[in-house]
Design a protein around this ligand. Sequence first.
Ligand SMILES: [Ca+2]
Ligand SMILES: [Ca+2]
Length: 502
Amino acid sequence: MSEPTRGGAGLPMRGRWGLGRAWARAACLLALLWAGPAGGQTAEEVEEVFWQSVVCEDAVEMRLYLEEYPGGTYEAEARACLEAGLGLDQAARRLVQRGLAAVGQAPGPADGLFGGPGAQTREAIREWQKAKRLEATGYVTGEQAAALMELGRAAAQEAAQAAEEQAAQEAARADDAAYAEAERTNTAEGYGAYLAAYPTGQHAATARERQAAREEAERWRAGRTFRDSLRSGGTGPEMVVVPAGTYQMGSPSYEGGRDDDEGPVHQVTIAEPFAVGVYEVRREEYAQFVEATGYAGGNACWTYEGGEWADRAGRSWRDAGYRQSGQHPVVCVNWEDARAYAAWLSRQTGQGYRLLSEAEWEYVARGGTATARYWGEGETGQCRHANGADATAKREHPDWTTVACTDGHARTAPVGSYAENGYGLYDVLGNVWEWVADCWHESYEGAPRDGQAWTGGDCSRRVLRGGSWSDVPGFLRSAIRLRYTAGSRYVSNGFRIARSLD
Ligand SMILES: [Ca+2]
Ligand SMILES: [Ca+2]
C-alpha cells in the first residue's frame, strides 16, 4: 500500500483506488488504523492522515471515521457528509423543517436550508433527537429524515385543509352578507345582483323565488308605465298602473257647478291595481284599428260650426271639421266605437282592454285628491292643467262662457299638452269627454261600491266624464257627469281605455 500521507488534502483516494475496489480501500484504511502511531506520529496526526484518506461521498468511510474517532476533529464534517449522502432536495428539507415545527421544535423558516452546526434547524434536529432518545447529532439519518418528512407532509396537508376550510367559511360569510344586502333592498334588482355574484350561492334558490315575486309585484307598482305589443306589429297605447284604493265618489252639496246626479257621495273601493291609458285615445291609434279591421266609423257627427251644433253629414273621426293631427284625441266616436276599439286592442294584445267603469274613472281623475279638480277646488289654474273653453275659444266664439285664462286651443289640443294629475294621467278633465262603460243612472242611489261598471238602468244612454274643450269651467270637474245615447257621435266626445292586470 502506498504512503497514507500521499493522499493529501484535496486529493481524494477514490481517484487512485477506483469505485469498483471499495473493499480494498476499506482494508487499506483498517490497516492504517491498526498500524497506530508510528515513526513519531501523534494520535492527532494519525487522525489527520486518516481523515485525509477518506472521501465525503462514501458513507462507509464516513461512518468508519465516526466510529474510530467519536467526538473527533471532523465529526461535524463527517455527519454533514452522511446527511448530504441522503440526497435530500430542497423540497424534502422543507418537509423535514415542517415536520420539526409540527412536533413543537423551532427549526426557523421552512427554507430548505439546514445550515452548519449551531444553526436553528440543526438545533431543532438535535432537540428532536434528544426528545426521541436518539443520538443528538443535529444531523438527520435517512430514517429520521423519512420520519420527519412524513410529519411535515401531514402538517402541510392539515394546513391546506384548514386554509381551505377558512376560505370556505369566508366565502360563506361573503355570500351571507351579499344576500343580507339583497334582502335589505328587497327589490328584483337587488336579488338579481346577488344571483349574478352567487349563481350557485347558498341563498340562490330563495333569491330566485323572491326575485320572481318582486318582479311580479314591481311589474304592477303604481306609476309604472308600459305598452303592450300588438300582434300585427308595433305597440298599443301607453298605459300607467294606478294603485288600489278607496275614495269618496260624487260631489258634496257645496261644490260649485254641482248637479244633483253627482250624489249621494259614497265610498268606493278599488280592490286591485289596474292600468289606464296615460292619454285619451289618439286619432292615429284609432286609425290603426280602423285600417286593420275596416271598421265603419260612421259618416256623420255633431259638430259646432257657424255658431251652431248640428249632426252634420260628412263629418267623422277622420274629418271633424277642423285640422287635427294624429296626436289629437279621436273625436266623433260613439260608445260602440270606443268598445270596438278596446275589443280589437284585447285581440291584438291578448290582454283585457276595456272602457273604465264610471267609478274607476272618477277614481283616476281625482288622482288621490278630494277637491273639485285635481289641481284644486276652483277653476284658477285650469289653463295649466286642462283644455276647456278658454280665452282662445272666446276669440272665435265671443258669446261663450269661458275661463279667464288662455290654454292656447280653441278646439282639441294634442294629448298631453297640459300638466298630469296625481296618477300620471293627462287631460282627464277637459280636451274631450270620455266614454265610460256604465249605463246612465240619475243618481248614485244603489250604485256599486266595488268599482264595477253599473250595468242596470237606462243602457240606451251611456255616461261621459270630464268635460271638454267646448265646456264652461263648471264642467271641468272630477264629479261632472254627462250622458248621451250610446250611438251618438260628437266632436267633443272621445274616450280613454283601461286594462285589467293579471
Ligand atoms: Ca281651450
Ligand atoms: Ca278628457
